[in-house]
Design a protein around this ligand. Structure first.
Ligand code: RB5
Length: 158
């Protein structure tokens, strides 16, 4: 039995090949994966695949997702329109680790035209393995959502 909750994954045509490789990698690491498509590298529009994934992370139905497009930008723009979604474009393992540690990124976005397969796997692994640091970073994340109980952004700073 897989020991982790399912991770959602989706791409556009530019990210399709890396999506397939990262899906296999996730499965070999013991994760259950829910592939939201596409099923081929035929040209499609990234938003059509980002919306369903981001909606499920936003509602809490899923905890984590991976999106891939050529630059990572279209996918991240779309996913970050959803409350509670923190979609981070990462092009090195260090950025992926910081996106977890400081930003509690619940969606990893890969710029598939700019990272190779092995690099992509290392970025994925860094994102999977790095915990959120909490503390001051939790306060900062609350300010993104403008959570009234913890958001002090309207208060004067000393
Ligand atoms: C597709 O050509 C490309 O525009 C897309 O993959 C992505 O980079 C958009 O942000």
């Amino acid at each position: 039995m897989p020991s982790h909750p399912p991770i959602l994954i989706a791409s556009d045509h530019a990210g399709f090949e890396l999506k397939e490789a990262l899906e296999a990698e996730l499965k070999s690491l013991g994760y259950e994966v829910d592939d939201l498509g596409p099923a081929s590298d035929a040209s499609i529009d990234y938003a059509d695949f980002a919306h369903p994934l981001a909606a499920r992370v936003s509602s809490g139905e899923a905890e984590r997702g991976v999106l891939l497009c050529g630059t990572g930008l279209g996918m991240s723009y779309t996913a970050n329109r959803y409350p509670h979604v923190r979609a981070a474009v990462a092009w090195t393992p260090e950025i992926a680790a910081l996106a977890r540690e400081h930003n509690d990124a619940n969606v990893l976005v890969l710029p598939a035209r700019f990272v190779g397969t092995e690099e992509g796997k290392a970025i994925l692994k860094a994102w999977l393995d790095t915990p959120f640091a909490g503390g001051r970073h939790a306060r900062r994340i609350a300010k993104i959502e403008r959570d009234a109980t913890t958001d002090t952004s309207t208060e004067e700073k000393p």
